[in-house]
Design a protein around this ligand. Structure first.
Ligand SMILES: O=C(O)CCC(=O)C(=O)O
Ligand SMILES: [Fe+2]
Length: 248
């Protein structure tokens, strides 16, 4: 998709550059014109990087398989059929892979690689290199805790959608990325996201009279594009969040 340098959660410019790609190419839009703000999932492969496309396609396939396995485990843990959540990802997934590059930053106290946010999608399978910088907010006391890089491992983030589907039995963790004055850092999140037309709401099997739905339904595609199309000004308000759909 290209390079850009802004996170879309807090409208604050971040100290990073990214390359986004989709693991599977969806068919081009049926309409010829693409309206401003429409999401287009079309890979633009650089032609001067031999092997890059093949490596990324292989990586995408393998991580997608892992993501489906995780989805099964989450469904089971909620007392659901293992494939209960698969249908949301069958056609027109909005999954994407991001290659993050955080260059060394001369003023690490003044910038963040990524400002504090929660991942909006279903699940994130995150690879980080050995530099470190990812912080997660501890629920008990609100302190930021560094996620120590462990070689050959992935970090799995539960995203907002799983929080809503599970009616808060899972919670998406707030996180951020600090910058480093000397070292550049690379990370590769795989954002596992359902189809754009998905209406996200607590699953009927997890709600009951004793545990009523805590969220109103919202359209994932709209939520996602609102985040993406936010202007890049520092605003006093937060960008769209699942809390805006919370009942009461
Ligand atoms: O670079 C990282 O470790 C995490 C990046 C991240 O949180 C994101 O891109 O959503
Ligand atoms: Fe994130």
């Amino acid at each position: 998709m290209g390079y850009y340098a802004s996170e879309h959660t807090k409208n604050v410019r971040d100290w990073k550059e990214v390359f986004d790609l989709v693991p599977r190419q969806t068919p081009p839009p049926t309409t010829t014109a693409v309206a401003d703000g429409d999401l287009v999932f079309d890979n633009k492969w650089p032609d001067d990087l031999p092997g890059f496309r093949e490596a990324m396609e292989e990586y995408g396939e393998a991580v997608e398989e892992l993501a489906f396995k995780l989805l099964e485990l989450i469904a089971r843990s909620l007392g659901l059929r293992p494939d209960r959540l698969h249908g949301f990802f069958k056609d027109d997934q909005t999954t994407f892979i991001r290659l993050n590059h955080y260059p060394p930053c001369p003023s690490p106290d003044l910038a963040l690689g990524v400002g504090r946010h929660k991942d909006a999608g279903a699940l994130t399978v995150l690879y980080q290199d050995d530099v470190g910088g990812l912080d997660v907010r501890r629920r008990s006391d609100g302190e930021w805790v560094r996620v120590r890089p462990v070689p050959h491992s992935f970090i799995i983030n539960v995203g907002d959608i799983i929080q809503v589907w599970s009616n808060d039995r899972y919670e998406s963790a707030e996180h951020r990325v600090a910058v480093n004055v000397e070292k550049e850092r690379f990370s590769i999140p795989f954002f596992f996201n359902p189809a754009g037309h998905t209406m996200v709401e607590p699953l009927e099997e997890v709600v009951s009279d004793e545990s009523p739905a805590r969220y109103n339904p919202y359209n994932w595609g709209e939520f996602f594009s609102t985040r993406k199309n936010s202007n890049f000004k520092k605003l006093d308000v937060e960008n769209v969040q699942i809390t805006h759909f919370r009942k009461n």
